[in-house]
Design a protein around this ligand. Structure first.
Ligand code: NAP
Ligand code: GDD
Length: 338
């Protein structure tokens, strides 16, 4: 039985990847950080109980190299998927040093833990289309230069290049998946797609009157997270490590997403969406669109879920969620949703 270690297992991608690896017969080890509640395990609650009980959770933290060394030494994984990050772009402007410690140096901590262990490990790095930032050309592919526009993007560029460097310097089997935005009903509530699908559901159920957003003219290439974790796994099954863009090749504005989501619930977004300067970023990534030709040719990967199905899936899920979740009607004190 193969053993895979996942950092960031409690995140959106971690939950889909766990399901995939368990279905393939892996023993899955996940790193969780200590928090004062167990709320952050919520996404793992989506998993079938039989899947959940096969996952072994261990306390650790990206900023605590000793915890990573101990977990790798104890479980001897043959594959490591490095998904953990402070992954919110706007929040990275509020917490730039923390973001670089977790998202940037944290990746180096994992690589060092693997190198010191001397184990033969295949390593996946969660690189990001945010690294292209102020894009040099469209669509973006593996040769497009990086020009990050946020502390998050800069940290991911460091993590990407240190992963490539360890491949070249030490012959490690390291691959970077440069993934474009991917979403799902399990997406964090402060990313724009989920903020919209949840906003639509709350307005439909008369729990809210409007949805406040920032820049609705920016464009993203949105795919479904469930499709994208398959590409991660495929990268580690290749004899040679390499870097791959993973994208749908189609982009839409945030406005398009609003239009599709509200109309899926029988409403017109123009009646509810308001612009709020709080949600604008100090520097923005205006437009992203990926060219996944290499992943298609070398990995045999292609996306299965189109934009309309993705929007419909998220809105339907949130309609069910707010209808069944009494606490949403009585939610008290919250940080503003970035
Ligand atoms: P996510 O939902 O924000 O999940 C992030 C995960 O990292 C969570 O499990 C979180 O744990 C964990 N984490 C954060 N700080 C940590 C720390 N100090 N130590 C240990 N774990 C820590 O992100 P995602 O959407 O699943 O994305 C997965 C990865 O792909 C991230 O690296 C992200 O930057 C990258 N990426 C995402 C996209 C996308 O569109 N989703 C695109 C390109 C790249 P808690 O649950 O405790 O917070
Ligand atoms: N979050 C958020 N909230 N974004 C908003 C809002 C809002 O109220 N209003 C407009 N936007 C715009 C943002 O300015 C951005 O242009 C776009 O919506 C997408 O924002 P996010 O959903 O926060 O995602 P992101 O593109 O910044 O980053 C995500 O994708 C990256 C891949 O390109 C994250 O998942 C990153 O971790 C990931 O690397």
């Amino acid at each position: 039985m193969k053993t895979a270690l996942i950092t960031g297992i409690t995140g959106q991608d971690g939950s889909y990847l766990s399901e995939l690896l368990i279905s393939k017969g892996y023993r899955v080890i996940g790193i969780v950080r200590r928090s004062s509640s167990v709320d952050s395990r919520g996404r793992l609650d989506h998993l079938d109980p039989d899947v959940r009980k096969k996952i072994i959770l261990q306390y650790g933290d990206m900023t605590d190299a000793s915890s990573l060394v101990a977990i790798i030494k104890r479980f001897e994984p043959s594959e490591v998927y490095n998904l953990a990050a402070q992954s919110h772009v706007k929040i990275s402007f509020d917490q730039p040093i923390y973001t670089s410690e977790v998202t940037g140096v944290g990746t180096l901590n994992v690589l060092e833990a693997i190198r010191i262990s001397g184990l033969n490990v295949r390593f996946y790095q969660a690189s990001s289309s945010e690294q292209f930032g102020k894009v040099a050309h469209t669509p973006q592919n593996e040769s497009t230069p990086f020009y990050p526009r946020s502390p998050y993007g800069v940290s991911k560029v460091f993590a990407h290049w240190i992963t490539v460097n360890y491949r070249e310097a030490y012959g490690m089997h390291n691959s970077c998946g440069i993934l474009f935005n991917h979403e799902s009903p399990r997406r964090g509530e402060n990313f724009v797609t989920r903020k919209i699908s949840l906003g639509v559901a709350k307005i439909k159920e008369e729990m809210d009157a409007e949805l406040r957003l920032g820049n609705i003219d920016s464009q993203r290439d949105w795919g479904f997270a469930g499709d994208y974790v398959e590409a991660m796994w495929l990268m580690l099954q290749q004899e040679k490590p390499d870097d791959y863009v993973v994208a749908t090749g189609v982009s839409h504005t945030v406005r398009d997403f609003c239009e599709a989501a509200f109309s899926h619930a029988g409403m017109d977004y123009k009646d509810y969406v308001k612009t709020d300067s709080e949600y604008f970023r100090p520097s923005e990534v205006d437009a992203l669109r990926g060219d996944a030709a290499k992943a298609r040719e070398k990995l045999g990967w292609k996306p299965k879920t189109d934009f309309k199905s993705l929007v419909g899936m998220m809105v339907d899920s949130d309609l069910a969620f707010v209808r069944n979740n009494f606490s949403y009607k009585h939610s008290g004190f919250r940080l503003s949703r970035r």
